[in-house]
Design a protein around this ligand. Structure first.
Ligand code: ATP
Length: 234
């Protein structure tokens, strides 16, 4: 279980996160929704150690993540699919995937993971020799997700996977999230597309200017009038 308790984060004089508390139980898909600048990316960066918290608790399975460096965080089963994908543009699809397993030595396990990723994303298999920089936006999102899966994570943090994608590809990406869920992988999903995010989530938190303003079952938030008005375009 991932547990965050009363975490505060600042960028100089900007207090970006105020007493954030949230939990993600094993096997759940939990989404964090909110407008631009609400602090969603900062929350993910704080969990993975890319940004330091000024106080509060961040634990995964009882281990203190605030004292762990990011490479160790991958080793305990947490992977991050960053906003904007950040694939290695001058490397092939296959080489990008190999980079995702850099913490592993077992070649047969790496091969198994690669086969699993190609099963999730047949389109990547068709393009395994292609330079990542020449992939479409949707294919780059698949590659960034596949690269995260190469480390055999138990929990995946995904930052705005639907950003900039056509409606068809958005559907495909959310379908993948559902499949991860069915396969027992825990997901913490940051999204501006609240409707789609809530549709694939068990629970969700709403972040407003650095504070959690609401949380609950995704189905209840989908039916909530305030959420409908603010985030679902009703
Ligand atoms: P978006 O959906 O637009 O990516 P977000 O909800 O992910 O937004 P964050 O990127 O976490 O929001 O930003 C939260 C706040 O922290 C914003 O006010 C932002 O301007 C500020 N912020 C983020 N990164 C930095 C930084 N490196 N230096 C200073 N301020 C920052």
């Amino acid at each position: 279980m991932l547990r965050i308790e009363k975490v505060n984060v600042s960028y100089g004089s900007i207090h970006a996160l105020h007493d954030i508390s949230l939990t993600v139980n094993d096997g759940e898909v939990v989404s964090l929704i909110g407008a631009n600048g609400a602090g969603k990316t900062t929350t993910l960066h704080t969990i993975t150690g890319l940004k330091g918290a000024t106080d509060g608790v961040i634990e995964y399975d009882g281990k203190d993540l605030r004292r762990m460096d990011p490479s160790h965080i991958i080793r305990i089963g947490m992977a991050h699919v960053p906003e904007g994908r950040h694939v290695f543009t001058q490397m092939s699809v296959q080489e990008n995937l190999e980079m995702g397993s850099y913490i592993m030595n077992d070649k047969s396990q790496i091969k198994k993971n690669m086969d699993m990723v190609y099963e999730y994303f047949p389109r990547l298999l068709e393009r395994k020799k292609q330079l990542a920089g020449t992939l479409s936006g949707g294919e780059q999102q698949m590659l960034a997700t596949g690269r995260a899966l190469m480390s055999n994570p138990r929990i995946v943090l995904m930052d705005e996977p639907s950003m900039g994608l056509s409606p068809l590809l958005v559907k495909e990406i959310f379908h993948i999230i559902k499949t991860l869920h069915q396969n027992g992988i825990t997901v913490l999903l940051v999204e501006q597309n609240a409707k789609m995010a809530l549709a694939v989530s068990d629970r969700a938190y709403v972040l407003e200017t650095g504070r959690i303003s609401m949380s609950g079952k995704a189905s209840e938030l989908l039916a909530n009038d305030n959420i409908k008005k603010a985030y679902l375009g009703a």
